[in-house]
Design a protein around this ligand. Structure first.
Ligand SMILES: [Zn+2]
Length: 282
């Protein structure tokens, strides 16, 4: 699809298995397993869907998936599977090489979003996209370098600190505009200073909502991840942005939904629900 000067494509980067209970917080399994069936270790399948925006002068990648060079134990725990799709293969399908990426926008530094930002080369981690500037919220970067005991298993500073050391990490401060069509929108419920990416012109708006709502199953208000540091903040953020999505007919892109790429939202007497859903970006 096209918004403003940008041609927009999704970039599939494989799947993960994460504990269904942790993914749905206080929601009982009898409810969430209807849409997201669990395996024998209670893991549900999650996609890692990045976004590529191309104009005459820019090739912008939003998030990078889990990346490579994880040891086999870690890969097994998270059931990493790249048999169907992988970052480089998906970019190549779109005719894009690593060197051509001009900008990489990261929603946050959790390993399943940032792992592909760097690669292992000559005994060290180096940027996967050598000619790109990378963007993250300043407050999130500071948190990610020194997280709490509760969330430190989600961060691997050795994979993103090299971006800062290379001098290519740009620190964003709040809801800044990248250009006339792209805006960073900060949320603080999932982790501190996570950012969503809003892409809009006069007729269409896409919201790449990162981990505010990882899947379409997370649209109803109480469906909030157990991982979230501030679930009641997530609740208020969902109300705010789902209301705007209904009023202005936004399309929401779900980064982790293995089945649904994008959806519009409606509000019924049961609250916010998915209206039209699409398997592909249209
Ligand atoms: Zn996350």
């Amino acid at each position: 699809m096209k918004i403003g000067k940008y041609e927009i494509n999704t970039v599939a980067t494989g799947t993960l298995g994460l504990d269904g209970g942790a993914m749905f917080g206080v929601i009982p399994k009898v409810l969430w397993q209807k849409t997201n069936p669990a395996d024998e270790k209670n893991r549900i399948t999650l996609g890692m869907r990045c976004l590529l925006l191309q104009s005459d002068s820019k090739k912008i990648l939003i998030d990078t998936g889990v990346g490579d060079h994880w040891d086999s134990k870690f890969s097994k725990i998270y059931r990493m599977d790249k048999s169907e799709s992988e970052l480089t293969r998906s970019l190549n399908k779109l005719g894009v090489k690593h060197e051509e990426i001009t900008d990489v926008i990261l929603t946050h530094m959790h390993f399943d979003h940032t792992g592909g930002a760097t690669k292992f080369e000559n005994d060290k981690m180096v940027p996967t996209f050598p000619n790109a500037a990378y963007y993250i919220q300043k407050d999130h970067f500071n948190w990610a370098k020194n997280p709490s005991d509760r969330d430190k298993a989600s961060f691997f500073p050795e994979r993103f600190v090299p971006l800062a050391e290379e001098g290519i990490l740009k620190l964003i401060d709040g809801n800044e505009h990248f250009d006339d069509y792209i805006q960073f929108i900060v949320t603080n419920g999932h982790t501190f200073a996570h950012q969503m990416i809003k892409v809009s012109d006069s007729s269409n708006t896409l919201l790449y909502c990162g981990d505010l709502m990882p899947t379409a199953s997370h649209v109803p208000l109480p469906y909030i991840m157990g991982y979230d540091l501030q679930p009641l903040v997530t609740l208020e953020e969902k109300k705010k942005y789902l209301s705007e999505a209904v009023e202005e007919n936004w399309k929401i892109i779900f980064e982790h939904d293995p089945y649904i790429t994008t959806a519009t939202i409606t509000k019924t007497d049961k609250g916010f629900v998915v209206n039209e859903r699409y398997k592909d970006l249209v």
